[in-house]
Write a protein that binds this ligand. Structure first.
Ligand code: GAR
Length: 204
């Protein structure tokens, strides 16, 4: 049976995309294949990473299309053309509507740079998450991979990994540690887990 076809949605640097590409290459995602990289910004370096790996890349711009609805309709068209089974939000900094998430139940996963339910929800993205963790003075943080539903960072948790906060950490230093010690490890693992489940469902 065909592998699970994966689309990775990105907006920025794409280090999580890179972790997925490297994991697929080294055989750690045997049940899935990254078939598409979709960015909402033409400036995202992640697009270059996708191209370098020989993956089809596409930019869908909400600005150009004029509305969230038009943006999501275009995204759905692209996903259908590419026969995508699973969507991975890897540093995708745009909120998807309930209309969109309802269309793909348990078929969208996201990586978030904290231990949900801490430091998540609207306004908590990228460096802001680590700023908030340092401000609170937590001694342990981490990353979470979860299914995406209509509630921001509210879907079922798939995997989590804790990371130590160290004396003198800046948001940038902490972000790097959380990526290296948690995100780049659990995102490929969770991707394999869900890819396998989807593949098995297809054979049933
Ligand atoms: C990652 O830390 C990711 O967890 C976070 O943005 C960064 C993207 O980096 N995502 C969120 O905050 C989503 N709420 P990357 O482009 O290098 O993968």
């Amino acid at each position: 049976m065909d592998k699970t076809r994966i689309a990775v949605f990105v907006s920025g640097g794409g280090t999580n995309l890179q972790a997925l590409i490297d994991s697929e290459k080294s055989g750690q995602i045997p049940d899935g294949e990254i078939a598409l990289v979709l960015s909402n910004s033409s400036k995202a370096y992640a697009i270059e990473r996708g191209k370098k790996a020989g993956i089809k890349t596409v930019v869908v711009s909400k600005k150009e299309l004029g509305s969230q609805q038009a943006f999501e309709e275009k995204v759905v068209t692209v996903l259908e053309e590419e026969k995508i089974d699973l969507i991975i939000l890897a540093g995708f900094m745009s909120i998807l509507s309930k209309n969109f998430t309802d269309r793909y139940p348990k078929r969208i996963i996201n990586v978030h740079p904290s231990l949900i339910p801490s430091f998540c929800g609207d306004g908590f993205w990228g460096l802001h998450v680590h700023e908030a963790a340092l401000k609170k003075g937590v001694k342990v943080t981490g990353a979470t991979v979860h299914f995406v539903n209509e509630i921001t960072d509210g879907g079922e948790i798939i995997m989590q990994k804790a990371v130590e906060v160290k004396e003198g950490d800046t948001p940038e230093v902490l972000q790097k540690r959380v990526m290296e010690e948690a995100e780049w490890i659990i995102l490929p693992r969770a991707t394999q887990k869900v890819s396998k489940e989807i593949r098995l469902e297809k054979v049933r």
